[in-house]
Write a protein that binds this ligand. Structure first.
Ligand SMILES: Nc1ncnc2c1ncn2[C@@H]1O[C@H](COP(=O)(O)OP(=O)(O)OP(=O)(O)O)[C@@H](O)[C@H]1O
Length: 132
């Protein structure tokens, strides 16, 4: 779904009033938008499923892995929101637009590297033990 399709769906959007259920639906649509349009988000979902599966198989605590997964996915979504906001503001080159997008992408990279490191520390020793 492109951002144009997404906007089209909302042609009849009324800002007020909306119910709590509508608020959940808007949030759900945001998640679906990320899955449909962000390749990195889909890759992260697959890696998350693999890491979670391995963690369950090895019977390590899953809480750390879940925390890493949530951090990366949430940051990817915030990155997508920042990109959309910057694109809404300008489609011209602007150094501040570049900083906003680069810093947001950098945040995702830091979280991803951290998650990979934590994943390796948590999963590698029991995995090597199991494969002995
Ligand atoms: N309006 C702009 N002004 C200046 N630089 C920009 C602008 N838009 C994008 N850039 C630069 O291009 C890079 C890629 O921006 P783009 O919007 O294409 O993100 P993307 O490739 O879709 O990112 P992702 O892969 O995380 O979805 C930014 O990180 C930034 O360095």
């Amino acid at each position: 779904m492109s951002s144009e399709d997404y906007s089209f769906k909302r042609l009849h959007f009324k800002k007020h009033p909306h119910t709590q259920l509508d608020a959940f639906r808007f949030a759900y649509e945001g998640i679906v938008y990320c899955i449909r349009t962000q390749r990195n988000f889909r890759i992260e979902l697959v890696l998350a499923a693999v890491a979670l599966g391995v963690s369950i198989w090895l019977r390590t605590g899953v809480a750390t892995i879940v925390a890493c997964i949530v951090s990366v996915l949430v940051l990817e979504m915030i990155n997508t929101a920042i990109e959309a906001t910057v694109d809404l503001f300008t489609d011209e080159y602007h150094p501040l637009a570049r900083i906003a997008k680069d810093v947001a992408a950098g945040a995702v990279l830091v979280a991803s590297l951290g998650a990979a490191l934590i994943g390796a520390i948590t999963l590698l020793p029991p995995l090597l033990e199991k494969l002995k």
